[in-house]
Design a protein around this ligand. Sequence first.
Ligand SMILES: CC(C)(COP(=O)(O)OP(=O)(O)OC[C@H]1O[C@@H](n2cnc3c(N)ncnc32)[C@H](O)[C@@H]1OP(=O)(O)O)[C@@H](O)C(=O)NCCC(=O)NCCS
Length: 238
Amino acid sequence: MIETPRLLLRDFVEDDLEALAVLMANADFMRFSSGTLSHEETERFLFDRVVAPARAGLPSQFAMIVRAENRLVGYCGFFRQVVDEVNEIEIGYRLDPTYWNRGLATEAARAVRDYAFEKLKLERVISLIHPDNRASRRVAEKNAMKLEKETNFRGFPTLVFACVPRDLIAGDGEAKRAIIFNSISSPGHPRHSRSKQLRSILASVPPQEFFGQRLIGFCAAAVRVVLEDTFPKARRFA
Ligand SMILES: CC(C)(COP(=O)(O)OP(=O)(O)OC[C@H]1O[C@@H](n2cnc3c(N)ncnc32)[C@H](O)[C@@H]1OP(=O)(O)O)[C@@H](O)C(=O)NCCC(=O)NCCS
C-alpha cells in the first residue's frame, strides 16, 4: 500500500469489481485503449491481469482511492509488457474523467515510480503512450520520464518513455526540477520520507558523477529540506 497526500494506492480486491466495471464502461476512462469493457471483460481483466499477478508477488496495478471520499477513481501501477522483444515493467494509469486535471495521476505515478525503485529495486520503468495522448505524455514528463523511442506496440504507434533511478538526479530541465524541487518538498510529505528519498537519490548516483552541478543540485535540495523541516512556515514562500 502506498499513501500520498490525496491518494491511497492499495491492492485491488474482489469487492472493487462493480466500481471498476462502471469506470471501464466509460469511453473517456478507456481513451487510447482498444475500447470499453463489458462487466465480464472487466472481471477477467481484474482477476487475470491485476489480482492474480499481485497474489503471485509480481508487480501489478494498485486501486487508486481518493482518501477524502474513500472512493475508487481508477488505477495506477505496473503492467509487465514485452516491447520490441524486451521484458519491461510499465507504469500505467487510468483515472475517472471527473477527477482529471487536478494532478492526481501525476501524484500517483510519482509514488508508484518511487515504489518501483525503492521497494521493488527495479532498474528501469517505462510508460507506453499513444503519440496523440497529450495528457498522458504530460504525466510521464512530470514523472521524470524521458522519451526514448517511438515503436509499434500491439499494432498502435507508441511512444516509449523510460526512467532509471539515476535520472532522478542526473536528469536535466524538467526532470531535475520535478524531482529535486517538487517531489522532495511536496506539501504533506513527511520529513522522514523526504530524508529517505534524499538518501535513496544519493545512493543511486555513481561516485564519478557526483561533482559539479549535480553535487550543487543535490546540496541545494538537501539544504532546502533541512530549512523546511526547521522552519515549516517558510514552505509558504518557496
Ligand atoms: C492520462 C490521465 C491519467 C491524466 O490524469 P490527470 O489526473 O488529469 O493528470 P494530471 O492532472 O496529473 O496531469 C495532466 C496534465 O496534462 C495536461 N493536459 C490535459 N489534457 C491535455 C491536452 N488535451 N493537451 C495537452 N495537455 C493536456 C494538463 O494540463 C496537465 O499538465 P500540467 O500539470 O502541466 O497543466 C487521464 O487523462 C486519463 O485517465 N486518461 C484516459 C486514460 C489514459 O489515457 N491513460 C493513459 C494511457 S497511456
